[in-house]
Design a protein around this ligand. Structure first.
Ligand code: IPE
Ligand code: IPE
Ligand code: MG
Length: 250
């Protein structure tokens, strides 16, 4: 029985027995600082362990029926942390793109970033666009990494584009705005997971999560893995989504 839950290193095949599975999942990867503090370690150790958790989670996702995964890595508000922590996070991000993402590339993961690009170093920007181009033909899993991302900023930018594109007032609708989001191709998440016990969105996917199911788990992000993802999907499978209609109509 236990063997069934052990995740192989290689991405497994989809499991046909999984019930109504979430195809698009978004994760607020929270709790790195608390994970480190509990162990008497520097915060950076928590962020590093968080990178390993991301790798485990991405590797487990396709086998659990997930097609698109969007992870919140750094918010527009996270710049307000200490200079040291921000620098460490930028260094770690560079290191992750260089050393971890090529391995995801070999496993067929397409990587795209979502968020502002004008506040990162040229070096980091080059790495980001490089891995996006390198993985553009991959089809196993779409991974969106929300970095210097904020839902409000994204909606404000979309409004600016509506004006810049000369869209007439009567032509403005959900589709017109959606088309001008940072990543219009990202499907609306079926499920948003937040780790670490906090129960809020913290400016993540405000537009896209309109009808997402929310699952909050006390697990700190560095402890998250394929099994925790499976548990969240199982909770999702027990939910009934109504999209404003009457129960049973769908
Ligand atoms: C999430 O972990 C990672 C980022 C926000 C970059 P935190 O660093 O927010 O961890 P906690 O919430 O302090 O435990
Ligand atoms: C949200 O976590 C951002 C990321 C996980 C990247 P925060 O730790 O920044 O959010 P708050 O401050 O608890 O709302
Ligand atoms: Mg936090």
């Amino acid at each position: 029985m236990l063997d069934r839950f052990r995740l192989p290193r290689r991405m497994p095949r989809s499991e046909p027995e999984l019930p109504a599975s979430a195809r698009t999942v978004a994760i607020i990867m929270d709790g790195n600082g608390r994970w480190a503090r509990k162990r008497g370690l520097p915060v950076l150790a928590g962020h590093r362990a968080g990178t390993a958790a991301l790798r485990r989670t991405v590797e487990a996702a396709p086998g659990l029926g997930i097609r698109s995964l969007c992870v919140y890595a750094f918010s527009t508000e996270n710049w307000s942390r200490s200079d040291d922590e921000v620098r460490d996070l930028m260094d770690l991000f560079r290191h992750t793109i260089r050393t971890e993402f090529p391995q995801l590339h070999r496993q067929g993961v397409r990587i795209r970033f979502q968020g502002r690009r004008d506040r990162v170093s040229d070096e980091l920007l080059g790495l980001m666009t490089g891995i996006e181009e390198q993985t553009a033909g991959n089809e196993r899993l779409d991974l969106y990494v929300a970095f210097d991302y904020g839902g409000r900023a994204e909606i404000v930018d979309a409004c600016r584009r509506l004006v810049a594109d000369g869209v007439r007032v009567e032509e403005i609708d959900s589709a017109a705005l959606q088309a001008r989001l940072a990543r219009p191709e990202l499907p609306d998440p079926d499920l948003v997971i937040r780790t670490s016990g906090e129960r809020r969105l913290s400016n993540f996917l405000l537009w896209q999560a309109a009808y997402a199911e929310l699952v909050f788990t006390p697990t700190l992000w560095p402890d998250f893995d394929g099994e925790a993802l499976r548990a969240a999907l199982q909770e999702y499978a027990g939910r009934r989504r109504r999209f404003g209609g009457r129960a049973g109509d769908r």
